[in-house]
Design a protein around this ligand. Sequence first.
Ligand code: PMP
Length: 405
Amino acid sequence: MKNIAEIRADFPILNTKVYGKPLVYFDNGATTQKPQCVIDTMNEVYTTYNANIHRGVHAISDRASEEYEKAREKVRSFINADKREEIVFTSGTTASINAVAFSFGERFIKKGDEIIISNLEHHANIVPWQMMCDRKGAKLKIIPVNDNGEIIPEEYHKILSAKTRLVAVTQVSNALGTILPVNEIIEAAHAMNIPVLIDGAQGIQHGVTDVEKLDCDFYAFSGHKIYGPTGIGVLYGKEKWLTDMPPYQGGGDMVENVTFEKTTYNELPFKFEAGTMNFPGAIGLGTALDYVLSIGRENIAAREQELLEYAATRLAGIKGLKIYGNSPAKISTISFLLNNIHQYDTGMVLDKLGIAVRTGTHCAQPVMDRFGIDGTVRASMCFYNTKEEINILGTGIEKVISMFS
Ligand code: PMP
């Protein structure tokens, strides 16, 4: 494995200074930084073969189409899906979940049906289901969360029923960092023939995700959270579902034949890719996945766990700091509050010290409500962060406390 200096050298933005101080980037849960190879790929697309895909008969259009399909194969292999037909490019996790909520909802949901989500969900895995429930007269059921920020399995088993049509849960909580027991969730749902969607936005980048082993029915993730470009994402769906689901957007490329009397749809996965797709983004995502594999997903996970332990120990010594999300199964994210100092004040002082953290509800208002708070400060670390940066954060937090006390 590359050493940390070599890894950091791959990410040019990490040399940035803010307010004259070295950038300490702890907002990786919101978006990750890009290695030079991804930036170079995007540059190469736009400078040498930018042309619309699947349409031209000319050389650079062929090249763009070929690279786009190669990227699809890289995604397929990365998550170990069975077939390329099961990999749909979207604009991100949000778009992927909305696509399922609309399309699966149109085909399979009727009045009185139930959809199960958890109290830990990002708004992207709440609101599309609420919209679908409103359209169809279905009901949303919620798996509650304990004081550690973990879902309560017994409560899940209680609400799983013959009325449940779909379970949609996150792999990892973006707000607290909790890793959910998705294997058990899927197993219990499948025992009752209920399909499961996994929101992988915070899971894909922190370890090995194998959709075949998981046996999930749908899996959604965003390129920008796994060191790839923004505006590209993936929806994995088992072929049997995608075949039965209607397209959710109409337009170019998703059709086979169009007349005013009748239109027939393209084969999978193109049936779900209407209009000009973000092919430079998809190709850039392919490079990002190659990069992650070159570092090694196990190596990334191990290094991030080491950072998490170090940060937990460093911050545990700070009086007045309370961590939200204390599950032993956690990614390298620490969500916290300081005494009665507002999270925005903490975030603003840390910013002046060059430290980028996220403050607020993290688009997960229901879990904030669960803990009776209106937000936290979130430091989300990844494998290019260092223990020195954690020390800078620790010192910064101590400064905030002394300023406001
Ligand atoms: N789900 C989770 C758990 C997330 O963390 C996020 C992004 N913060 C999303 C969904 C939405 O991702 P995107 O904005 O890239 O569509």
